[in-house]
Design a protein around this ligand. Structure first.
Ligand code: SF4
Length: 353
């Protein structure tokens, strides 16, 4: 979740972020605890079924206990594939944090150099940084257009735009985005009507598109998010000049200030206040929190968000999701009720203003 794809790209590789897939977990079921999150269980299941045989190497970055467990199983199941695990410092605001992050990225660079058999030049890393920055900038532009009501993009479409960037060749993705933005700018679109909703949560795995469609079918207009398959992935750029390892280490620490992550500890970042400000910026009426079942970092942090939102009277709804698709019918009633309550509160606030 916190890895710089730029480095692998500069090595001439095609970096692909491993995704949860939709298949039922079968072979992997006996390899990892059933109380691990859907993402780690799915990754292990895919490794056991041979779905990763096309990969030359898998690089895990440490961000929670469950990913650590999954990496161990993947390593044992794929003896012919390089499986590396890199420790990323989780304490982000200590005097040594920047240096430790740089050390990790240097290890990553050395691991890649060993694999490809030659050094990775600084200029190659800077070229990749420029390419990736351009990609993030265009994806943010799509977000801004949607936030401003200039285009109609569903939550599913936004997810596909970001998710495809995680697995596609970046130059090709940039070309596709350029064409998409030009086409959207040529269209005239009026702002969609409905309850403006901010989506928060879901780290390593993308929320199921059926769930996103259901939320919008109930009358929500998703205007912004901090999802990993969303703003979290694209919010922070890397400095394009100077030492690229310094720049990537700075990016790693800055990401957590841009969009705070509960897997990291930072005295200067505060997720609940970030969310309240982000909702104001996007003029959202309410927030839906999507929490992957058994995602410990999220479970530990959520009470602080709940308290802060209740204190401020900001409507929000928690939905716990599972790899095995959650029964949507039961959830639909909860979403409809939440949207109705939010709509009434928004009306009451406007009348009082
Ligand atoms: S952060 Fe959450 S979703 Fe990601 S691997 Fe850890 S438990 Fe799973």
């Amino acid at each position: 979740m916190h890895f710089p794809g730029e480095m692998a790209h500069a090595a001439g590789a095609l970096p692909v972020i491993l995704q949860e897939n939709h298949d039922p977990i079968t072979v992997g079921h006996g390899m990892i605890f059933p109380f691990y999150c859907g993402y780690t269980r799915s990754v292990v299941d895919q490794a056991c079924k041979g779905d990763y045989d096309f990969l030359d190497a898998i690089m895990f970055g440490d961000h929670c206990v469950q990913v650590l467990g999954a990496a161990d199983v993947v390593r044992s199941r794929l003896p012919n594939t390089r499986v590396h695990f890199y420790q990323l410092i989780s304490s982000m605001s200590d005097p040594w944090s920047l240096g430790r992050a740089r050390e990790t990225f240097l290890n990553l660079k050395e691991g890649l150099e060993e694999m490809i058999g030659h050094p990775i030049e600084d200029e190659a890393i800077r070229d990749s940084i420029r390419l990736f920055n351009k990609n993030r900038k265009m994806l943010r532009q799509l977000y801004e257009m949607r936030r401003a009501g200039k285009v109609r993009l569903t939550a599913k479409q936004m997810q596909l735009a970001v998710k495809s960037s995680m697995v596609m060749d970046k130059a090709k993705h940039n070309e596709t985005l350029e064409a998409l933005i030009a086409a959207l700018e040529a269209e005239s679109s009026t702002a969609q009507k409905g309850v403006r909703v901010y989506l928060s949560g879901h780290f390593c795995q993308a929320p199921k598109v059926e769930l996103l469609d259901m939320i919008e079918d109930c009358g929500a207009v998703v205007v912004d998010d901090d999802l990993y398959h969303g703003q979290r992935f694209i919010a922070t750029d890397v400095r394009e000049d100077g030492d690229p390892l310094d720049a990537l280490a700075e990016w790693y620490l800055a990401r957590n200030l841009k969009v705070p992550c509960p897997t990291r500890v930072d005295q200067n970042a505060d997720w609940e206040n970030y969310l309240i400000d982000a909702m104001d910026r996007s003029n959202a009426d309410g927030m839906i929190v999507l929490m992957a079942k058994f995602c410990e970092p999220h479970m530990f942090y959520y009470p602080e968000i709940k308290e802060a939102f209740e204190r401020r009277g900001v409507p929000h709804l928690l939905i716990e999701t599972e790899h095995e698709l959650t029964a949507l019918e039961g959830l639909k009633t909860r979403v409809e009720t939440f949207l109705e309550v939010t709509k009434r509160q928004t009306r009451a606030r406007s009348a009082a203003a």
